[in-house]
Design a binder for this molecule. Structure first.
Ligand code: ASP
Length: 425
């Protein structure tokens, strides 16, 4: 029997979790770190390796197919508006939940002080990382989008937006020149695009083994759950918010604006969601998100190749929701009252901070430092949430990726580029 990809990945994940747990109990942690973890790293590296070539090639092919600059600005406008809308919705849901559930009230002074003491060192490392972002002028993020050297940008996975900008210019150039001259260029990239998609198929054959290794090494590395008891309500608040986004907000938007039902949507993107969970990185998941959304959800490549790479870097609903809940939780645990104006400011700062977060593990936590600073909450409070950040990172990355996929389908529908026939899982 041929098992669907998402089942194979799920089995790999569960077996990895159980294996990691077993090895931890048998005190054979080193075997996992020395002999299992490298396979997880190899798998993530393979995905990252293909991400930049994929963005360049598929974006050029997608833009060339548009054949018209006005179509690009329509696509861009709708994408940015939807991304902003979903992010602000996510932050608002996070704030409402944190104010209603009040997770900070469930942590007593003793566990608060223990957590602060145990994780201050780790938290300080993140605070230092955030400091460099904070010391720059307000327009620095804009300056950062423009590379001074395209080839340097290509070699740095953190410069994805720079690569996107240059590639968009390249695509615009192709549209604007004489078709006779642009045709060989476009044909070359079209061929290369198919080759890259094939490579992704090949890499995905290793996905069940890759996630097995990632999960097993995660299990032996995360702290014992005994210290985490006090953080259960906080963790649940974040997860409830993420579930609302994934299973209520996106399906409602998808059905209302694209007539895409939840079954079609989730069976198409499940492998990408599982990879997002296992890798905690929207960037590493991007090749698979792009393949699933284009090949299985029916979003035309003209749309997906533009909407998804942009979304992976700037649209992080899960991250922004988490930042809102975490900020309020830390304030509550430290006995700081946040008035309405401050909370409204959190909507703005968490939206910007999530846009600024890199699509890599724990980036959202670094940018949280900025949200805390703006709201007058002590940054040292980061130590409180450190212990369960990794599992929450895995969950919020799933929502980040789900949101990109949902928006791509809605934008595609709005420009008549959603193929309703293509619904294979
Ligand atoms: N890990 C997240 C992502 O890659 C970002 C974060 O919230 O840390 O989407």
């Amino acid at each position: 029997m041929k098992l669907a990809l998402h089942w194979k990945i799920l089995i790999g994940m569960v077996l990895g979790l159980l294996f990691g747990l077993l090895m931890k109990n048998l005190q054979l942690v080193e075997i996992v770190s020395d002999w299992i973890k490298p396979f997880g790293t190899i798998f993530i590296n393979l995905l990252k390796m293909i991400a930049v070539p994929l963005i360049v090639v598929s974006l050029i092919t997608g833009l060339a197919d548009l054949k018209d600059i006005s179509k690009l600005s329509k696509l861009g406008g709708r994408t940015v508006a939807l991304y902003l809308f979903t992010t602000v919705t996510a932050v608002s849901i996070g704030l409402v939940l944190a104010n209603v559930i009040k997770p900070g009230n469930y942590i007593n002074e003793v566990s608060r002080d223990t957590l602060l003491e145990s994780f201050t060192g780790d938290a300080n490392a993140k605070i230092e990382l955030a400091a460099s972002a904070k010391n720059q002028g307000p327009l620095q993020p804009l300056v950062d989008v423009v590379p001074d050297n395209f080839f340097a940008a290509l070699t740095d996975n953190a410069s994805m937006l720079q690569v996107i900008l240059f590639t968009i210019l390249l695509g615009i150039g192709i549209i604007l020149i004489d078709e006779q001259k642009s045709k060989p260029v476009v044909d070359f990239f079209k061929g290369l695009n198919d080759v890259i998609l094939k490579i992704i198929d090949i890499i995905m054959l290793a996905a069940p083994i890759g996630v097995f290794a990632l999960m097993a090494s995660l299990m032996v590395e995360i702290p014992d759950f005994t210290t985490l008891g006090a953080l259960v309500v906080y963790g649940l608040t974040v997860v409830i918010g993420l579930l609302i986004m994934a299973y209520i907000v996106y399906p409602t938007l998808l059905y209302s604006f694209a007539k895409v039902g939840p079954k079609r949507f989730f069976s198409a993107i499940a492998p990408a969601q599982l990879l997002a969970f296992s890798t905690s990185s929207s960037a590493a998941t991007l090749p698979v998100t792009l393949e699933r959304v284009t090949e299985h959800l029916g979003v035309d490549e003209e749309v997906s190749s533009f909407v998804l790479p942009l979304g992976a870097t700037v649209n992080m609903d899960g991250t922004s929701l988490y930042q809102a809940v975490a900020a309020v939780f830390i304030a509550q645990a430290m006995g700081i009252h946040l008035d309405l104006t401050t909370q409204l400011m959190i909507v703005v700062t968490a939206t910007l901070a999530s846009i600024g977060s890199a699509a890599v593990p724990s980036a959202g936590m670094v940018m949280l430092v900025i949200v805390l600073g703006q709201a007058g909450i002590p940054e040292a409070g980061l130590a409180l949430i450190f212990a369960i950040d990794r599992p929450l990172d895995m969950c919020r990355t799933v929502v980040n990726v789900t949101s990109d996929a949902a928006v791509s389908a809605i934008v595609a529908k709005s420009v008549g580029k959603l193929n309703d026939e293509k619904t294979t899982s």
